[in-house]
Structure formats: C-alpha cells, structure tokens
Design a protein around this ligand. Structure first.
Ligand code: BGC
Length: 428
C-alpha cells in the first residue's frame, strides 16, 4: 500500500497515564491523583504509573530504536503551574529536556496542552464550569509555548473534550453540559491565540477530538446518510460537530445558541491547521434514537475494552471530516487493548495487535490514496499505561510495562510497526 511521502509515523501518550512522580519537584495534584475512592478499578491510582518522569531517557531510546518519526505527549498542567499565577521551573525543565532529547533523536515532538488532568486548584475554583478556567488555561499555554516552541511546531490545545466534559459532569452532579462546553470552547480559542502570539516558529495547531463517525452499512444506512448522522444534533456532546463546528465553522450547535454570544464565537473560532482525531471504532447505531446495532453480533471481534474491531471507521472518519472541515487529517490515536504478558521466551507475542494495526492502517492508506490529505498516524500508546477508571489491566502499548519493576519489554507489534515505518507502509 502506498502512503504519502511525508507521512508521519508515531505514537502517543498522556502525562497522567505515564509520568508518575505526582508530588515531586513542586508538582501539585490533578483531579486524577485525587479520584474519589471506589472510582478507579481495584483502588488503583496514577501516582507512579510508568514512572516516565524518571525513565524518560530510556523511553526516548526505545522510540528511537523503533524508528518513530513523531511522538505526541501531553503536559501536566499542575506540574508547570502548581498554583494559579505560579510557574514551576523544575516542571518546565522536565519537558525542556524531553523535547531536546526527542529532537536530538530525530523525533518530531507534538504537544497536547491538556489531556484530562485538570489541576486540583482549577477544579476547586469551579473547573470547566467557571469561565476563569479558560483564562487560566491560556496563561498556562503562554508559559509552555514560550519555553518550548523553539523546537515544537505541533500543538494540540486539548484531548477529547467529549470525555473530560462528561467526566466533569459525572464527578460533579449539578453541573450542566452547556456551561462546561462554553468554558472549554473559550479555553481552546484563547489557547490558540496564545500559541500564535508566543510561538517562535510557525505553529501547526489543532484540537484532538474523539472521532466518532457512523459506518455505512448496506441496506441500513448509505454513505450520505452516515455522514449526515455523524454530524447531526442527535450525536449531542459526544459528536464531533458539537465541538468542531463552533471552533472551525463558527457555528454553534442548536442547544448552545443562547449560551454563546457573537463575541464568544469570535474568541472560539480561530484558524486551525489540521483536524486531529482519535479513532478506535465507529459510532454505535444503538445510540441513535430508535436504533438497533447491526454491527453487534454474538462473538464479534473486539478488544479487551470490548471495543468492536471495525477498521473502516478510519476511512470514513477521514473522508467525512475532510468533506466537512477541509483540513488535513492527523490520526492522533488508534490502538488495540489486550491482556499482553511477557511469555516464557521473554517476549510479548501480541499478534492480535499486529493484525489490528494492519487492518486499520489499510483503511488509512485507502483514504490517502483517494486524495484525502492525511498527515500521519500515531499509535496509542507507546507504553502500556494507566487506563483511567480501568486502572492498569487494560494494555494498549507497543511496549509492555511491568508495573512492579517498571521493566519495559518491546512487544512483537512494535517490531512490526518498525517495519511498517521503514517501508513507509509498503509492506501492508
Ligand atoms: C484517550 C486515551 C485513552 C485511550 C484508550 C482515548 O480516548 O485519549 O487517554 O487511554 O483512548 O481508552
């Protein structure tokens, strides 16, 4: 299969899921460090995670060995800004060293400014239902961009607002989606403005959305209808249009029309350079009012998280968002969760992940061959890591992590990915 010449092959992680060192060198806790008891499986927490804060050199060496060309990671807001208005030099130094090592290794650093780990200080001040949080986010953005933009070109304001907005509502009964959405949209817009203002080189900016698109099925829904449903009001705040229409098209969803003023829209709607999406499976037909799910059959192929294996979602995501937003597409996450373990020969034979990657990448390639501009593919995740409410059992990594010893073992799928990268996808 042919992929575009400058296609970027990489992997992604997020701070709360890998860094650990939750209370070191001046960092203050995020909401994930302080999750109420009973929320996370078996009472696990992310206080140590993969200990990447201390092992980042080894992790960069692994990325280099695998031939990764890009690495998307997130910054822990409370490591850099431990309290409103205070900058933590040691926290910034950690990311400075990481960025230097990545560029030295020939790996393009891509930064997500916010990946779910709201500082406790911001949460206590009202979190995403307090508009001040948008202002605080843009102050933090300015600090990070000022420090790292000499070497960092790719910036993502946030990861999956659908998910962290939903978490905020679940953890704080009484809050409502429109108020939370407004602050998040404003925070995004202000952050984009701050990146453009402080960046030391032309920046490529996006927001990482959870890329839920409908999959056409013969006799059930044709392609045109699938695209329409993908961007319809019925997808609510889990849909892409709820967030991306205001940001890119300057158009508010119906439910938000009275909440967003014209001035708000001017802040929110800032030019973006790419459309970044995390894509794992198609939207569920059962979520459509009155719908049944023809994709769900007994014994269907799925991952450990019970996510259906439906590779065509990659193709339709790319096609639908390109037709609607006309921005080049970057797959910022896609991956397979399994029960990988180190086998008797000391290796991790994760052939299901290889097959998954192969199938999903063929669909990416197909979209690219049809002329949709696709910038790259970042596998989720570089390392097995802390899978939020599920704790540590669910393994997505190219690299196995033994959480007792922190030993890293490169899985078979990572060596397969290395060959894919070396051939720019031709072996697929
Ligand atoms: C998130 C990651 C998460 C992954 C697997 C994405 O929704 O951005 O943080 O680990 O999916 O659940």
């Amino acid at each position: 299969m042919r992929f575009p010449k400058n296609f970027l092959w990489g992997a992604a992680t997020a701070a709360a899921q890998i860094e650990g060192a939750w209370d070191e060198d001046g960092r203050t806790p995020s909401i994930w460090d302080m999750m109420p008891e009973g929320k996370i499986k078996r009472g696990e927490n992310c206080h140590s995670a993969c200990d990447h804060y201390h092992r980042w050199k080894e992790d960069v060496a692994i990325m280099k060995e695998l031939g990764l060309q890009a690495y998307r990671f997130s910054i822990s807001w409370s490591r850099v800004i431990p309290r409103r208005g205070e900058v933590n030099k040691k926290g910034l130094a950690f990311y400075r060293n990481l960025v230097d090592a990545l560029t030295e290794a020939g790996i393009e650093p891509m930064i997500t400014l916010f990946h779910a780990d709201l500082p406790v200080w911001a949460s206590e001040a009202g979190g995403w239902s307090n508009q001040e949080t948008a202002e605080a986010f843009s102050e933090y953005t300015a600090v990070v961009v000022e420090e790292l933009s000499d070497k960092v070109k790719y910036w993502f304001t946030m990861n999956e607002p659908q998910c962290f907005a939903a978490d905020e509502l679940e953890l704080n009964p009484g809050k409502e989606i429109c108020g939370v959405t407004k602050t998040i949209l404003l925070a995004h817009g202000k952050a984009v403005t701050a990146i453009r203002k402080y960046a030391k080189q032309p920046a490529k900016i996006g927001l990482v959305i959870m890329g839920l698109s409908m999959e056409p099925i013969e006799g059930v829904m044709d392609e045109k209808a699938a695209a329409e449903v993908t961007f319809s009001e019925q997808m609510g705040s889990m849909g892409m249009q709820w967030w991306m229409d205001p940001m890119i098209l300057g158009k508010a969803p119906e439910a938000m029309r009275d909440v967003l003023s014209e001035e708000d829209m001017e802040v929110i709607c800032q030019p973006l350079d790419l459309f970044a999406g995390n894509v794992y499976f198609p939207a569920n037909y059962a979520d459509i009012p009155g719908g049944i799910n023809p994709l769900s059959v007994p014994g269907m192929p799925k991952s450990l998280l019970e996510w259906p294996i439906r590779p065509r979602c990659m193709y339709y995501f790319a096609k639908f968002v390109w037709e609607r937003y006309h921005l080049p597409v970057l797959f910022t996450e896609n991956g397979f969760s399994g029960v990988d373990f180190v086998m008797m020969d000391g290796k991790v034979h994760d052939s299901q992940r290889e097959d998954f990657m192969h199938r999903y990448l063929l669909e990416v390639g197909k979209a690219a061959e049809e002329g949709i501009p696709i910038l790259g593919y970042l596998y989720w995740s570089l390392l097995d890591n802390f899978e939020w409410f599920h704790g540590y059992d669910i393994r997505f990594g190219l690299v196995h992590v033994d959480y007792q010893t922190q030993k890293r073992t490169i899985k078979d799928s990572a060596y397969f990915y290395k060959k894919i990268i070396e051939s720019n996808g031709e072996i697929l």
